[in-house]
Ligand binder design. Structure first.
Ligand SMILES: Nc1ncnc2c1ncn2[C@@H]1O[C@H](COP(=O)(O)OP(=O)(O)OP(=O)(O)O)[C@@H](O)[C@H]1O
Ligand SMILES: [Mg+2]
Length: 232
């Protein structure tokens, strides 16, 4: 569904050229949760930014299906992000003055969906994540786990093909993290491409596939088979 060919990103800084990614070839399949792992500075966020079209590579291509993101105009990429991509962030990034359903409805408004339909769809998404009773709460009246589930509902607002999550469990206790991970796995199970940058060993272990980066290179790309089972 989403793939890269020879993706390279060089950052030019006063101190010289930083090769953040060099020659990354990777495939992110539909219906699967792929974890991107690697130490700090290995290029994980750089890769996520390129996959989502927030930034353009120095060379190489990101393909969504047969479409090259780099061949589109900035306007087309914005529209693509709004309608085909969804995003979940470590710090939730909910809008403080909007309640839960209004946060979920926000990207629907940008995509031109009529107001009455926005509310109904937002409530259905919150219901799905067990948050129907929290629909009128502003983010400060929600727990961390609830906020992240609102973020996930918002990521699904426009029925995306790809969901990107950057450290989605990084600010959560382990139980809330488990719930969010379970929800992300369900989202993949619906046939979406789910891509999760994570330091969380639990997330990586339960991923369908893992891409490990080190110094901007792929050091491991595999379908995740638990070690115990592969040795059996
Ligand atoms: N805008 C930028 N300008 C210059 N260098 C950058 C920029 N963004 C990232 N880098 C450098 O590129 C490399 C990869 O950074 P990146 O943020 O992708 O790492 P990361 O794997 O996401 O790390 P972390 O786990 O700490 O979030 C690092 O050496 C970083 O310093
Ligand atoms: Mg990062």
């Amino acid at each position: 569904m989403l793939r890269t060919t020879d993706l390279t990103k060089l950052y030019r800084t006063p101190a010289g050229v930083v090769p953040a990614l060099t020659g990354v070839n990777a495939t992110f399949e539909r219906g699967k949760l792929t974890a991107i792992v690697g130490p700090s500075g290995s290029g994980k966020s750089t890769l996520l930014n390129l996959l989502a079209g927030f930034d353009l590579p120095t060379s190489g291509v990101v393909y969504l299906g047969d479409t090259s993101l780099g061949a589109m105009t900035e306007r087309e990429r914005s529209k693509l992000r709004l309608t085909r991509f969804g995003f979940v962030f470590q710090s939730f990034n909910l809008i403080a003055v909007l309640n839960a359903w209004q946060n979920v409805a926000f990207p629907m408004g940008l995509a031109g969906i009529a107001a009455p339909e926005r509310r109904a769809r937002a409530l259905a998404l919150l219901d799905r994540f067990g948050l129907r009773q929290r629909a009128d709460h502003v983010p400060t009246r929600l727990s961390g786990g609830e906020r992240q589930r609102v973020s996930l509902a918002r990521a699904l607002a426009n029925d995306p093909d790809v969901v990107f999550a950057d450290e989605p469990t990084g600010n959560l206790d382990s139980r809330s993290g488990q719930v969010v991970l379970g929800a992300l796995r369900e989202v993949a199970g619906e046939g979406r491409t789910v891509i999760v940058v994570t330091h969380d060993v639990g997330v990586a272990e339960s991923a369908d596939a893992v891409l490990e980066l080190l110094d901007g290179h792929v050091t491991l790309a595999r379908a995740a088979v638990p070690a115990a089972r592969s040795e059996a």
